[in-house]
Design a protein around this ligand. Structure first.
Ligand code: BEZ
Ligand code: FE
Length: 285
């Protein structure tokens, strides 16, 4: 092999792979090396800047534990989470679209009856969320699992403040009825900042990039025989829809939040100040 020379640097690195290399790994690393070397050449990266980048990645790793995943946050703000999902997910027309999972999902959230109020702290404007789960032809799917979670009125998920927010606040699982329907009461979602006290926050700051996520409620909807949907519905009157730091907004995921004309058959009839429909159309597996 020829000795190192900058013009052919990526080629030299990639030519080190052996005949027994894992073909997929080799393909990916080959592309990463080519693009990374090209970026370093294009920007004439200095040794000091490279050390800064290494320190950034080191601190990103050090900030990760079972409660916080700074690397996923980095992937989110770089648009990688959305891109990887977009490339992997090909759904039929009319199917509910995915968006980012985010770091605050809990897999075993409390299960509630339809109509339950998930505001354990009774804070926020009472909002009825209702909808149906159907297949792509509009046939109801009964027994679908609907997982929901959202931030509170101060912008925090229960898992972010376990000492002060009751576990399971604004979080839960519901089951769709015979007609595919579900409904529950929550607080009207508000915009909030993504966690900015780590390296990702420094990065956004240095790039003068916004950190406020538009108001939304997270959903994971699953049913046997159908593709699981990991998504949000966004609040239509939120002023931050156009500048989501994790690029999660899609037009089809913006729900109209309206003043309810009549009360739903919920435990506190007429108590809700807002109502929104969040319907799900699932693709067959
Ligand atoms: C969230 O909406 O919970 C979220 C998504 C991506 C990054 C940070 C937060
Ligand atoms: Fe969120």
């Amino acid at each position: 092999m020829p000795y190192f020379e900058a013009p052919r640097s990526a080629l030299l690195v990639n030519s080190l792979c052996g005949a027994d290399a894992n073909p997929r790994l080799r393909l990916i690393v080959d592309a990463v090396v080519r693009h990374l070397h090209a970026a370093i050449k294009e920007t004439a990266l200095t040794p000091e800047e490279w050390i800064t980048a290494i320190s950034f990645l080191t601190r990103t790793g050090q900030m990760c534990d079972d409660k916080r995943q700074e690397f996923i946050l980095l992937s989110d703000v770089l648009g990688i989470s959305m891109l990887v999902d977009a490339l992997a997910t090909q759904r039929g027309p009319g199917a509910t679209e995915n968006t980012v999972l985010g770091p605050f999902y809990v897999s075993d959230a409390p299960r509630h009856e339809n109509g339950a109020d998930i505001r354990l702290e009774k804070k926020g404007e009472a909002t009825l969320i209702e909808g149906t789960v159907t297949d792509l032809s509009g046939q109801p799917i009964s027994g679908a699992n609907i997982e929901v979670w959202q931030a509170d009125t101060d912008g925090f998920y229960d898992v972010q403040r376990p000492a002060t927010i009751p576990e399971g606040n604004l979080r839960g699982q519901f089951t769709s009825s015979e007609q595919g329907g579900y409904h529950f009461v929550t607080a009207k979602p508000l915009h909030y900042s993504i966690p900015c006290d780590g390296p990702v926050g420094e990065l956004l700051d240095g790039l003068a990039r916004p950190a406020i996520r538009p108001a939304h409620i997270h959903f994971i909807v699953s049913a046997p025989g159908f593709e699981r949907v990991t998504t949000h519905f966004f609040v239509d009157d939120c002023p931050y829809l156009q500048q989501d730091p994790v690029l999660g907004v899609k037009a089809s995921l913006i729900a109209e939040f309206r003043r309810p004309a009549c009360s739903h058959d919920s435990p506190e009839p007429g108590a809700t100040q807002w109502a929104a429909r969040c319907d799900f159309a699932l693709s067959p597996k």
